[in-house]
Design a protein around this ligand. Structure first.
Ligand SMILES: C[S@@+](CC[C@H](N)C(=O)[O-])C[C@H]1O[C@@H](n2cnc3c(N)ncnc32)[C@H](O)[C@@H]1O
Ligand SMILES: [Zn+2]
Length: 286
């Protein structure tokens, strides 16, 4: 077990350890009972250690989640990041406008309790109202640690967990959102269901990412030389495994969203190079 807050001193000088705030909202992944502010499940005994104020609620990663975590944990993402920033800059222009196209769907609610799934190093955190209680989930230890270090208020509010298996009670948050990464989630349908489950009734759940067929706009694809694009992406920092995932992976966002979120709305963003799905849980046609 990693570090926990040794802040409470009990009777007879016994030091009790206080779990992070996020454990008050968390539930056990195995038996689905609330953790009630503890680092282990009182029902089944499963333990939820904290490593430097980041809760661990995750099993071994498989499929695309394993590849994505290795990418975001390692040096490849650091190398690729400037290119991602450049892409987003052109979609605003500027990062604030680009992100605003997604964040504008969040509620105007003082003191909102909000969850960002795939929070990364917290680029969206500073763009949200300072009176909001923001919580974050990610599969990458490195990204979560960076988020905590950039925003000390996030210590105790971050969980290493998968979007597909969120360790939270039902109907907890006033909004749940994800910006980037969704196209390569291991199980898109499970992630949409989980994000909806942990949002309150009527609360917006938002998923935004680049269009999965973005590679159709690459120069090599246009002239039938996809090897050229692969070479370019390698030079920009993508490691071979992540690159193979990007070029081989297909997801039909429209059918997926229709099946899981029948009442959702879809907004084109980033000059139509991206999509933003917004669901408030209403049934189709409501
Ligand atoms: C492109 S980054 C976006 C970070 C941040 N949301 C932003 O807007 O800058 C995608 C993030 O999603 C995380 N991620 C990828 N797959 C995930 C999954 N299945 N569950 C949770 N997080 C995931 C990655 O580790 C990475 O930090
Ligand atoms: Zn349990």
């Amino acid at each position: 077990m990693g570090k926990v807050d040794p802040t409470m001193s009990g009777p007879a000088g016994i030091i009790a350890r206080q779990a992070s705030a996020v454990t008050m909202l968390a539930r056990c992944l195995t038996c689905r009972r609330g953790l009630l502010g503890r680092n282990s499940c009182a029902t089944c005994g499963r333990s939820y250690p904290e490593v430097d104020r980041i809760l661990e609620a995750i099993g071994p990663l498989t499929g695309t989640n394993r590849i994505a975590a290795a990418f975001y944990d390692g040096p490849s993402w650091r190398r690729f990041r400037p290119w991602e920033r450049l892409f987003l800059w052109f979609q605003g222009p500027g990062p604030d406008r680009a992100r605003r196209q997604v964040l504008r769907h969040l509620p105007e609610q003082p003191g909102a309790l909000v969850l960002e799934v795939g929070i990364g190093d917290g680029e969206n955190v500073r763009r949200l109202p300072s009176d909001w209680a923001i919580y974050g989930v990610d599969i990458s230890r490195t990204q979560l640690a960076a988020c905590r270090d950039r925003f000390p208020v996030m210590a105790g509010r971050l969980v290493r967990a998968e979007a597909e298996d969120l360790p939270f009670e039902d109907e907890t948050f006033d909004a749940v959102f994800s910006v980037g990464g969704f196209n390569y989630y291991r199980d898109h349908a499970a992630a949409l269901r989980e994000m909806r489950r942990v949002a309150r009734l009527g609360a917006p759940v938002i998923v935004a990412d680049e269009s999965p067929d973005l590679y159709h706009f690459a120069p090599g694809y246009a002239i039938g030389l996809e090897g050229l694009d692969r070479w370019g992406l390698r030079a920009m920092g993508l490691d071979p495994e992540f690159l193979a995932m990007v070029t081989d992976h297909r997801v039909d966002i429209d059918s997926l969203a229709r099946a899981e979120w029948p009442g959702h709305r879809r907004f084109p963003i980033w000059n139509r190079l991206g999509y933003c799905l917004v669901d408030d849980g209403s049934p189709e046609g409501a």
